[in-house]
Write a protein that binds this ligand. Structure first.
Ligand SMILES: [Zn+2]
Length: 286
């Protein structure tokens, strides 16, 4: 005998009445994950991009580049090293402009005509062995984007680009690896292995970005890769701390805090980082 006996005739079966008067708060807690999933919005990456028709600066072939619409993606937050995280799209995937005929690739912000000797160097270094690429689809995946960034770096080396351009490619390459990792499903079978590979790759890219920006800082003017002096210095301070170079990091931070040209925003960030450096120094001593 039970409270709901008789309902089975109406087809209603197995309703558990044992918790009928349970605390509704407890029930809410159980339901929470479900609610969260229901609220999850699916973003369509295609809404954020458009096809831009261009011409390859090396082989003059027409090329179509998928480009992120300006101002469309909403900035969610920034990592400590200033990597921006956007809602619904990873814009870094769309930064490389790739020629599928000769392989010349360049980050969008550096797209410009090349000198005859640069063209020659790219054709010799990449074009001669490049097998050609298929058309890109309607969106770009992480693996493909990583390949494109690597092509950008190879092209930059061939055309003897400035240190800042190569550093910028490496910075974005490192950030792309981090973003790639975040996109993976922890329940995937090879999750750990892929994450480890991407972490290694990220470090390799960022080490090179660091080296490149340090060099560029001594030989080039500002803005550098679209960033002002204090932004570059702050980013280098974060990287130096990451590498355990506390003295370098401290010096860069002191420079930002003492300079009258630093904005309040970058000074705030520098103060936060300074606290971290002090912590690390304490840890080292103890
Ligand atoms: Zn080309």
């Amino acid at each position: 005998m039970g409270l709901l006996d008789g309902l089975e005739k109406l087809g209603i079966k197995s309703i558990d009445t044992s918790n009928m008067f349970e605390d509704p708060k407890a029930k809410e807690e159980v339901k929470k994950p479900e609610l969260k999933q229901a609220a999850k919005i699916e973003y369509n990456e295609e809404d954020y991009i458009f096809e831009k028709k261009m011409e390859c600066p090396v082989c003059d072939s027409p090329l179509v580049s998928l480009t992120v619409k300006t101002g469309k993606a909403r900035l969610l937050r920034m990592d400590k090293d200033l990597r921006p995280i956007f809602e619904g799209i990873e814009p870094i995937k769309y930064e490389p402009v790739v020629c599928k005929c000769c392989g010349y690739s360049v980050m969008g912000r550096y797209f410009a005509p090349l000198t005859p000797s640069q063209k020659k160097a790219v054709l010799e270094g990449i074009g001669s062995s490049f097998k050609g690429k298929d058309d890109i689809g309607s969106t770009i995946g992480y693996q493909q984007a990583l390949e494109h960034i690597t092509l950008c770096l190879a092209s930059a080396i061939c055309k003897r680009a400035k240190a800042s351009e190569k550093a910028y490619i490496c910075l974005k390459g490192g950030w792309l690896c981090r973003s790639y990792k975040e996109s993976l499903n922890p329940e995937d079978e090879d999750y750990e292995i892929v994450c480890e590979e991407l972490s290694k790759k990220e470090k390799e890219f960022l080490d090179n970005a660091y080296e490149g920006f340090v060099q560029a800082r001594q030989s080039e003017g500002y803005p550098m890769a679209g960033m002002d002096e204090k932004t570059i210095d702050y980013m280098l301070a974060v990287m130096a701390l990451e590498r355990g170079e506390l003295e370098v990091s401290s010096k860069l931070i002191a420079g930002i805090l003492q300079s009258p040209s630093s904005t309040p925003r970058i000074k705030d960030k520098a103060r936060e980082l300074k606290e971290e450096i002090v912590e690390q120094i304490k840890k080292k001593k103890s």
